[in-house]
Write a protein that binds this ligand. Structure first.
Ligand SMILES: Nc1ncnc2c1ncn2[C@@H]1O[C@H](COP(=O)(O)OP(=O)(O)O)[C@@H](O)[C@H]1O
Ligand SMILES: [Mg+2]
Length: 353
């Protein structure tokens, strides 16, 4: 099996649109790497370049020790699963799954054996003789996956494979995907704009914005140590509070509430980041707490999302509290724990140490 390497990949369609800029990354065998970013950031472009459906303007693509940059798609031994499933409507499920293998002139007996094998963990029994039109969305998705898996490709590419499924089914198939791909011994590149999918499925996540790689890290690091303001705001729901604050000597000032800056940060202004789930209610008798007024409470079921206006400012702060906590009527005392704070440079957006 083979590692996938992207080297300074660039794709320019025309001078106004530059969807991909100098993307370099390695994906190991069996690694599940997710490209995550907002719509239009260059995710599908990256997959199409890897698959060979488009040529890069600059850069190289390697699979193991093969430079495949100039190779035709059919020579790369890559399997791709699309959002639209791309099944042949006139063929049975069996023939759909077998289609890629038949093209490669694999003997019928071996095709049958491979299909039986994926059938065992995909549960397609009873569906093999049907046509795609007689399947539900989730079943079609499984057929598209089966077609990729029987190929035993050197690289798997999946472009938003769950986005046509309803929420409940998406959750179920997501868990199945994780199981299926945990057994695969090839690099897996998965594209999504859904951070929950990225966080739950991936070994590592590559966050893209405007064609630039923002951060490449484990899901945990992406959440706990976002590399810049973009990643901080993109990952996490509800979104991280990102507050532009003026500094006074060793503190950032949130209204009248001074927040000590880490030793190495000495700027006239900073952006303070704190996730709503890390803001907590002050305990009785606790001093130096943040005062504010509750402007809005949104009931999210397992928690309440409060929008709080910080006293003496027009700054809004969102806090996620469990519904069993009581905070009185309108006035609220909050604490921003030092260990949960993130600091960003307002000029560059980069994380400050
Ligand atoms: N064939 C094309 N010609 C011109 N622009 C394109 C083409 N394909 C994609 N783009 C542009 O490139 C950018 C990235 O697109 P894409 O990779 O599809 O984004 P996404 O991250 O949503 O998958 C978008 O601005 C898109 O409009
Ligand atoms: Mg796309």
């Amino acid at each position: 099996m083979a590692q996938l390497k992207l080297r300074a990949l660039n794709k320019t369609y025309n001078p106004q649109v530059v969807p991909l800029k100098d993307l370099s990354l390695d994906v190991q065998d069996g690694e599940f790497l997710t490209l995550l970013g907002p719509s239009g950031c260059g995710k599908s472009t990256t997959l199409r370049l890897i698959a060979g459906l488009e040529q890069p303007t600059r850069g190289e693509i390697w699979i193991g020790d093969r430079n495949v940059t100039e190779q035709a798609p059919g020579d790369r031994n890559i399997a791709m699963v699309f959002q639209s499933y791309a099944l042949y409507p006139h063929m049975t499920v069996y023939d759909n799954i077998a289609s890629g293998l038949k093209l490669r002139r694999m003997p019928a007996s071996e095709i049958r054996q491979r299909i039986e094998e994926v059938n065992r963990f995909l549960g397609l029994d009873g569906l093999l003789k049907r046509k795609p039109g007689q399947l539900s969305g989730g079943q079609r998705q499984r057929v598209a996956l089966a077609r990729a898996l029987v190929r035993r490709p050197d690289v798997f590419l999946l472009d938003e494979p769950l986005s046509n499924l309803d929420a409940l089914l998406r959750e179920q198939v997501r868990a199945e995907l994780k199981q299926i791909f945990s057994d695969q011994n090839a690099p897996i590149v998965y594209v999504t704009h859904d951070q929950t999918e990225a966080m739950t499925l991936s070994t590592r996540v590559a966050v893209l914005n405007d064609g630039y790689l923002q951060q490449l890290d484990s899901p945990k690091r992406i959440y706990t140590r976002p590399a810049n303001r973009f990643v901080a705001g993109f990952i996490g729901s509800p979104q991280m509070n990102l507050l532009p604050l003026k500094c006074d000597q060793n503190c950032a000032m949130l209204g009248r509430y001074p927040i000590p800056l880490p030793d190495r940060i000495r700027l006239p202004e900073v952006i303070l980041g704190i996730r709503p789930e890390h803001v907590r209610l002050a305990r009785p008798g606790e001093t130096s707490t943040l005062q504010g007024q509750v402007m809005l409470v949104e009931n999210l079921g397992m928690s309440d999302l409060l929008s709080v206006q910080v006293e003496g400012t027009s700054i809004g702060l969102r806090a996620l509290l469990s519904p069993d906590q009581s905070w009185g009527e309108k006035n609220i005392s909050l604490v921003l724990p030092a260990e949960s704070l993130h600091w960003f440079d307002p000029q560059t957006g980069d994380r400050l140490p």
